[in-house]
Design a binder for this molecule. Structure first.
Ligand SMILES: [Zn+2]
Length: 384
């Protein structure tokens, strides 16, 4: 199995390359988009000879390394294909657009020796050299460097290594709007997300205000929207990065793998506005948390497992009876009477579904609830 990680390194990128690459992508987009055929559904009808013709055309006035043109064509094809998917679902806007001035650098465009990444700009003539040894946070524990992304101010380097994740113990996680609840080998721990919630809300409110403006001033509102989305998303992602890095370290110390809920794309029901917004944010939290934690754990050679979360906060972790809302977020089992916070119920169920009941959690429940264990069948008896 291969683990992947990326680093942002500040660089001064060759502005001319960034600009020319941007233009070449726009030209490629015009050409490739003209091959999108729309009958009932949209599809891309780009033959190998069309592609070759386009490549030759774009290379005519291209002084930089040829691979850039190939990567530009590939990235535009990707963009057009995802537009087609959206279009066929009835969700596409008028036409795809190139908005970001980023250059994709394939592994064929650089060499890596003695910690120095040498990226070809113009063949045998001009290079961008990045000394990775200057950055102590880039550990040398990688096998190879993959494709990278160059922007005006930074290089996003992707590093890879082979791993064989395994763990002795397990931790489970339940992510919602304002906290992450975990059961780390049966020990319950919570991580506060209120700061993140605040970031999200500020961003959503601003966005709504700008959207109202969009009918009067479409261009201004789009620019504002891009600016704010980028900024707030960076802050939110930054928060999640810190949290998942911290959790990944904790799990490494305890040699714990992670069990998380398998998310599915639920079609949004018609909800009132604030409910809908909270659901969207909650979903963002869960997806971002899972994505970040998974790749960080993989890098540390720890496994991740996804389990079906159906009824995970409504099933009694002790007797499997069904639980109902009792007081605030407390759930109570209709069969055995166990009362417990719904997030804790959820993580215990996730952990059980992934790896069996953690002994530690069981002991804690027994002690707290005054239950006694039936030694013969390991089930719990309710004191009368
Ligand atoms: Zn029960």
């Amino acid at each position: 199995m291969e683990a992947v990680k990326s680093y942002r390194i500040p660089v001064e990128a060759p502005k001319d390359l960034i600009e020319e690459y941007f233009k070449v992508k726009q030209r490629a987009l015009d050409a490739i988009f003209s091959h999108v055929k729309i009958s009932k559904k949209a599809h891309l009808n780009l033959k190998a000879e069309d592609r070759k013709k386009l490549r030759d055309e774009l290379l005519r006035e291209w002084k930089y390394s040829k691979h850039y043109v190939d990567s530009a064509i590939n990235s535009v094809i990707g963009l057009v294909k995802s537009w087609i998917t959206l279009y066929n679902r009835g969700k596409a806007e008028s036409k795809p657009e190139i908005t970001k001035r980023t250059v994709y650098i394939k592994s064929t465009l650089f060499s890596f020796r003695n910690g120095i990444l040498k990226i070809s700009i113009e063949p045998n003539k001009r290079y961008l050299e990045v000394d990775l040894t200057k950055y102590p946070w880039i550990h040398e524990d990688f096998d190879r460097i993959g494709g990278s992304i160059l922007t005006e101010r930074e290089l996003i380097v992707t590093v890879k290594k082979s791993v064989e994740p395994k763990a002795e113990k397990w931790a489970s996680f339940d992510v919602n709007l304002t906290n992450v609840t975990s059961s780390i080998n049966g020990e319950i721990k919570r991580y506060d997300l209120k700061e993140l919630y605040h970031i999200h809300r500020t961003y959503e409110t601003k966005r709504q205000r700008i959207q109202k403006l969009s009918k009067i001033k479409p261009l201004t509102s789009r620019r504002l929207l891009e600016k704010y989305s980028g900024r707030e998303e960076n802050r939110a992602k930054d928060f999640m990065h810190k949290l998942t890095t911290q959790i990944a370290r904790e799990l490494k110390e305890k040699n714990c793998g992670a069990i998380m809920e398998r998310l599915k794309s639920v079609k949004d029901k018609i909800l009132n506005h604030s409910k809908k917004m909270n659901r969207k944010l909650s979903k963002w939290n869960a997806r971002t948390f899972q994505f970040m934690l998974e790749y960080k754990l993989k890098w540390l050679n720890l496994p991740v497992k996804y389990v079906n979360p159906k009824n995970s906060s409504k099933t009694c972790p002790v007797c499997s009876g069904s639980m109902a809302s009792y007081l605030g977020r407390i759930m109570k089992c209709e069969k055995c009477g166990l009362a417990m916070d719904r997030d804790v119920v959820a993580v215990l169920n996730l952990q059980m579904r992934g790896e069996g009941f953690p002994q530690r959690a069981l002991d804690e429940i027994i002690e707290r609830e005054g239950l006694s264990r039936n030694e013969n069948n390991n089930s719990l008896c309710i004191p009368t």
